[in-house]
Design a binder for this molecule. Structure first.
Ligand code: FMN
Length: 151
């Protein structure tokens, strides 16, 4: 099993990651994920706030992949592994706090964006979204088995 290094951890924590799952019949599904944290050298957590097809696929097939690109640091990675879904206990408490912190950080960024944004369509989109905070439904735990550099 390969281990996550500091560059990989930074990329996962600070960028939108693309989470790929697959149905039992081999139909793939890939979605962007922002609520991503690295728990240890071989474990990634993604908080489920909106997942639908992703969760259905995870019930049928626990093989997953995550792709992330950090354009500022010129690195990109693909991680493959096995997922499990946790819906109770300490991890859910952690997820609640994690989502609150992420929400505050995102709000601060959006408030700053509003100061300089001129496009009324974008201003309206930001205003609609700025106070939306999602409630964690589960935490998807991914045990990383393979790592590939994509950049
Ligand atoms: C930038 C961005 C970040 C997102 N982050 C998350 C996330 O961390 N957790 C989550 O459950 N959904 C997140 N979503 C929503 C998912 O991408 C997706 O819409 C959701 O899982 C439903 O798709 P599915 O039915 O294929 O699972 C995010 C969407 C966007 C656009």
């Amino acid at each position: 099993m390969q281990k996550l290094d500091e560059s990989m951890k930074l990329a996962l924590r600070n960028n939108i990651c693309y989470f790929a799952t697959c149905s039992k019949n081999g139909i793939p599904n890939v979605v962007p994920m922002g609520l991503v944290e690295v728990l240890d050298d071989s474990t990634i957590a993604i908080v489920d706030v909106l997942m639908k097809k992703t969760r259905k696929n995870l019930e049928e097939n626990n093989n997953v992949a995550i792709a992330v690109t950090d354009v500022n640091r010129l690195v990109g990675y693909q991680f493959k592994g096995k997922a499990s879904v946790i819906t109770t206990g300490e991890l859910m408490e952690w997820a609640n706090e994690f989502v609150k912190k992420k929400h505050e950080k995102r709000k601060e960024i959006l408030i700053n964006r509003l100061k300089s944004e001129k496009d009324p369509e974008i201003i309206s989109k930001i205003e609609k979204r700025i106070n939306v905070m999602y409630k964690p439904k589960a935490v998807v735990i991914i045990k990383v088995e393979e790592i590939y550099k994509t950049m």
